[in-house]
Design a protein around this ligand. Structure first.
Ligand SMILES: NC(=O)c1ccc[n+]([C@@H]2O[C@H](COP(=O)([O-])OP(=O)(O)OC[C@H]3O[C@@H](n4cnc5c(N)ncnc54)[C@H](OP(=O)(O)O)[C@@H]3O)[C@@H](O)[C@H]2O)c1
Length: 429
């Protein structure tokens, strides 16, 4: 398409604004003229559809997204892929995945660095947390939170540094826990931002053990699982930030802890480093038999992280009055249909009924947000006293985040997966 495209202003606009303008405008031609200078979209085969706002024929927003990506994406071979002081690299949701996300799900585009206004601050992302819930945000299926819209920056918790600020309580150089999303820079009015001080010892830990995943483990286990000394606790994804923390808290509370993890290296780590009593590799055969051998007294608390065949193996072993905090079912996040085989819903309900099981789902912020200060105090103490071990799996470069996220859902991470957006290995930021 070797045409001259757009004004500088139009190229720096974010696509959702463009589409918003476009469908909200009475004169779509004016919008197109502002965006594309000298390009005959009809001749290029762009379709016209009925605009949502005006009802008139207008170019399809999906095509406009493709156009936006075409002109703004970071091309292979660009030598300025790393974070800079003036460009804002952003990973935008380009399409909704059907099954596992692909290389086309998110696209890296370059935009202008935003400017902070009065009572705002400009934040530069240093670390981006990758979390399984993000798969849900890519989908338009009804859920507890709104999806990310096509063309929007992918959402995510971040640890950032303040670049400029006119906001009371924040000054340049401060570290903060924020929600910048998958991009280099964001403007914030301070809402939902937590100050981390000028030189936090391990800033990225606020995305893991000292933040949302650690809180999830602590609250789900102590408030729903209610483990008692001498009981048997089972948890899968046993070396991740949630599962690894659940198991270690369970040990502190006097439980026998059996983990389930993917591969011998992770299982050895759970037993030798985290102190689990046993850990089973779910990738090898006979999981149900091996779990029964490891839980000779049955299972009193099953902290549900994965669903699928681990859940199948756990159900028959649950003791009367067992508790099941339902935290996540990651084995199903990329599923496009229900699993094959007989419908086991009534089999499960039978176990719940006869054994008087307590099975409770929770969404950490919604269900337990009020407990955060209690968690923060207790976990800080455990970390300082070396009672809890924590492992990070850091991947360098925002540009590598999409691949790292696909890998997280496949279990390729070993510990809490975090993207180092700002610094590089050897840089002590
Ligand atoms: N309810 C809430 O508010 C809340 C909050 C945070 C997290 N969560 C949930 O908690 C769970 C753990 O989160 P996390 O951040 O700690 O993730 P994580 O453990 O860092 O990463 C996910 C792990 O899931 C395991 N996994 C993936 N597919 C699997 C499969 N088919 N069968 C068994 N295991 C599989 C993999 O570990 P292995 O290689 O060891 O199998 C993978 O490393 C997720 O389900 C997440 O959605 C819920």
């Amino acid at each position: 398409m070797g045409h001259k495209i757009g004004t500088e202003r139009s190229q720096s606009l974010l696509l959702p604004e463009l589409v918003e303008d476009y469908v909200g405008e009475n004169n779509p031609v004016r919008f197109i003229d502002a965006f594309v200078d000298g390009l005959d979209l009809d001749a290029l085969g762009f379709k016209r559809v009925k605009a949502k706002a005006t009802g008139r024929p207008a170019y399809d927003p999906a095509d406009m997204l493709k156009l936006y990506i075409y002109f703004n994406s970071v091309k292979t071979g660009d030598n300025d892929v790393a974070q800079t002081d003036d460009v804002n690299r952003q990973l935008i949701l380009a399409e909704r995945p059907n099954g596992e996300p692909t290389a086309d799900t998110l696209t890296l585009v370059k935009g202008d660095k935003p400017e902070a206004g009065a009572n705002e601050m400009l934040l530069r992302t240093e670390f981006l947390s990758l979390d399984p819930y993000m798969r849900g945000r890519m989908s338009s299926a009804k859920s507890y939170a709104a999806p990310v819209e096509i063309g929007q920056v992918m959402e995510g918790r971040t640890v950032a540094q303040v670049v400029t600020s006119t906001l009371d309580g924040f000054e340049a150089g401060d570290w903060v826990l924020s929600s910048n999303g998958w991009q280099d820079y964001a403007v914030s009015d301070g809402e939902n931002v937590m100050a981390l001080g000028q030189s936090p010892e391990r800033p990225s830990w606020s995305l893991g053990i000292l933040g949302m995943p650690g809180f999830t483990a602590w609250a789900g286990l102590t408030r729903i699982g209610e483990p008692q000394a001498g009981e048997t606790l089972v948890v899968a994804a046993a070396t991740g930030p949630v599962g690894g923390t659940v198991g270690q808290i369970g040990k502190m509370m006097g439980c026998r802890v059996v983990g389930v993890a993917g591969g011998p290296e992770k299982c050895a780590y759970a037993v030798e480093e985290l102190g689990f009593d046993a850990c089973l590799d779910h990738k090898t055969a006979d999981l149900a038999e091996r779990l029964a051998d490891a839980c000779t007294d049955g299972i009193d608390v099953y902290f549900e992280n994965v669903g699928g065949k681990v859940l199948d193996a756990v159900i028959p072993l649950l003791n009367p009055n067992a508790r099941i905090p339902v935290c996540g079912i990651i084995s199903q996040y990329n599923a496009t249909a229900l699993p094959e085989g007989p419908d086991r819903m009534n089999w499960l309900m039978g176990h719940i009924l006869r054994k008087k099981l307590k099975m409770q789902g929770f969404i950490i912020g919604d269900t337990f947000g009020h407990l955060y200060p209690e968690f923060a105090k207790e976990m800080q103490g455990w970390v300082e006293d070396d009672k809890i071990k924590y492992r990070e799996d850091i991947v360098d470069g925002l540009e590598n985040a999409p691949r790292a996220f696909i890998g997280l859902l496949r279990g390729e991470n070993f510990g809490k997966r975090v993207i180092r957006v700002g610094g590089r290995a050897g840089d002590d930021r």
